[in-house]
Design a protein around this ligand. Structure first.
Ligand code: SF4
Length: 415
C-alpha cells in the first residue's frame, strides 16, 4: 500500500507484516493529515480480525441517578447534578424496573447501567437492582457501573474494589462498561476531572475485574485539552493492561461534546463538537495501536450515525446498538436521535457493504442477516414520565434550534 504521506510508509509496511506499532509510530499516525491512508491501514488491520462482520447489540441504557459528588470538579460533564439542584433525579428500584419493562417489546439483550456518584446510594441498592433486572429479564446481560462508580462504592462501603466486584458479579453483572477513563494524562486530568479516580486507579479496577473473570470495555475521551502525546500514552496504557489480562472486549473512542458544561464555556467552544476528520482518525489509530483488543466500536450518539457508518471502513467492527433512552451525551449537546430502531442499525451496516451480526454483551453472535428483509418502521419505545424523559424534550428543542432549558446536568463517558 502506498501512503500519500511519506511519513506513514514505514508504518504501512509494519501493518502489512502485522507488527506492533511503537509510540513514535502512533504519534506519526495522529499527526498525519493523510486520513485516507490511515483508514486503509486500519481497515486492513480490522479485516484481519473481523473480516466484513460488524457487530451491534440491541441495548437499553439505564441511568439510575444523575446526582454526583464530583459535579463541580468534572468540568466536561453535562449530566451530573448536586442533590438539591434543579433537574437532579434518583430513581427508585420500582422506577428502574418500570423503565426496563418499557423496552420489553424490543429485542433488548443488554442493560447498560451507569450514573453519578451518589453520596448516599449504597451497594445494596445496586445489587437489588441487578438481581431484580435479572429476575425480570433473564435473557438480558447486565453491563454495569464504570470503574469510577465501583471505586466510589468501595469507599462508601469501607470495602475493597475486589469485594464490590465479586458482589456485583454474584448479583448478575456480566461485564463492566469502559467509561470514566477520560484521558489518563495527569496534566489533562487536573484540568478536566481534578478529583476523579486517577488513570492508574481506573486501570487497577479493570485489572481486578479481569482477574475475577469480568470482561470490560475501555474508552478514551478526546477533543478537549489533551495533546496527541496524551492520546498515544493513553492507548499504550490500555494495550499494556490488555497484554497482562486479555480482559478488554472493545475499545471505544468517545468524542467530547462542549455544550452545557464548564469546560466548553472556558474553551469558548460551546456548540462545536469534534470534527468528522478527528472522529475517523481516532477510530483508525485506535484500531492500529490496540492490536490486542479484538473490537473497536463507534458510538453514533456522539459522532452521528453518518460518521459511524463511514467509520466501518476506518477500522471499526462494532456499531453502538439501538441505545434506547440515551441521555448522557444528549445532555452535552449531541444533536443525534436518542434512539435508533433495530432495522435502522442493520440498514446502516448493510449500507456500508458490511455484514451485520447482532451480538450479546460478550460478543457471542445471536443473529445474522443473510435473508433479512426490513420490517415495518419500528415504534419508538415509550417510557414512564419523569425527569429522564424531560431530557428528550430538551434534545428536541435543541434540534429545533431553540435555546435549551436550563441545564440539568451528564455521566462518565458511558461506554
Ligand atoms: S463525569 Fe462522572 S464522576 Fe464526573 S461529574 Fe459526571 S457523572 Fe460525576
Amino acid at each position: 500500500m502506498t501512503a500519500q504521506d511519506p511519513a506513514l510508509q514505514p508504518i504501512a509496511v509494519k501493518v502489512a507484516r502485522n507488527q506492533r506499532l511503537t509510540r513514535d509510530d502512533a504519534l506519526e499516525l495522529f499527526n498525519s493529515p493523510d486520513l485516507l491512508t490511515l483508514g486503509r491501514l486500519a481497515d486492513s488491520a480490522n479485516r484481519r480480525l473481523n473480516a466484513d462482520r460488524v457487530h451491534f447489540a440491541a441495548n437499553q441504557h439505564i441511568n439510575p441517578t444523575n446526582v454526583c459528588v464530583l459535579r463541580n470538579t468534572c468540568v466536561f460533564c453535562s449530566f451530573a447534578r448536586m442533590p438539591r439542584e434543579a433537574g437532579a433525579y434518583t430513581r427508585s428500584l420500582e422506577e428502574v424496573f418500570a423503565e426496563a419493562d418499557a423496552a420489553r417489546d424490543n429485542p433488548t439483550r443488554e442493560f447498560h447501567i451507569v450514573g453519578g456518584l451518589h453520596p448516599k446510594l449504597r451497594l445494596a441498592y445496586y445489587l437489588d437492582m441487578f438481581r431484580g433486572l435479572q429476575q425480570r429479564h433473564p435473557g438480558v446481560h447486565i453491563k454495569a457501573l464504570t470503574a469510577v462508580e465501583v471505586a466510589h462504592l468501595a469507599r462508601l462501603e469501607h470495602s475493597s474494589v475486589r469485594d464490590v466486584l465479586v458482589a456485583m458479579r454474584e448479583a448478575g453483572v456480566t461485564s463492566l462498561p469502559g467509561g470514566g477513563a477520560e484521558v489518563f494524562s495527569p496534566a489533562a486530568r487536573a484540568t478536566i476531572a481534578d478529583k476523579k479516580l486517577s488513570g492508574e486507579e481506573w486501570l487497577a479496577v479493570h485489572r481486578e475485574a479481569h482477574r475475577l473473570g469480568i470482561p470490560s470495555n475501555c474508552t478514551m475521551l478526546y477533543g478537549h485539552v489533551e495533546t496527541m502525546a496524551d492520546r498515544v500514552d493513553h492507548l499504550l496504557a490500555l494495550r499494556a493492561l490488555q497484554d497482562e489480562t486479555g480482559g478488554f472486549l472493545t475499545y471505544i473512542p468517545l468524542a467530547y461534546h462542549p455544550d452545557h458544561n464548564e469546560l466548553g464555556e472556558t474553551l469558548g467552544r460551546t456548540g462545536t463538537a469534534t470534527t468528522g476528520f478527528d472522529d475517523l482518525k481516532n477510530i483508525a489509530v485506535g484500531r492500529l495501536v490496540l492490536d490486542n483488543i479484538p473490537h473497536v466500536k463507534t458510538h453514533w450518539p456522539m459522532v452521528t450515525p453518518f460518521i459511524s457508518q463511514v467509520a466501518l471502513t476506518f477500522g471499526c467492527d462494532d456499531l453502538e446498538g439501538t441505545v434506547v433512552f440515551e441521555r448522557v451525551y444528549h445532555e452535552a449537546g449531541a444533536g443525534t436521535p436518542m434512539w435508533l430502531g433495530y432495522d435502522q442499525v442493520v440498514s446502516l451496516i448493510r449500507g456500508a457493504g458490511k455484514e451485520p451480526a447482532e451480538r450479546d454483551s460478550l460478543y457471542h453472535t445471536v443473529r445474522t442477516f443473510e435473508d433479512w428483509v426490513p420490517a415495518e418502521p419500528a415504534v419508538r419505545p415509550q417510557g414512564p414520565e419523569g425527569p429522564a424523559f424531560q431530557i428528550s424534550h430538551r434534545a428536541k428543542a435543541r434540534a429545533r434550534g431553540q435555546r435549551s432549558l436550563p441545564v440539568l446536568s451528564a455521566v462518565d463517558g458511558s461506554e
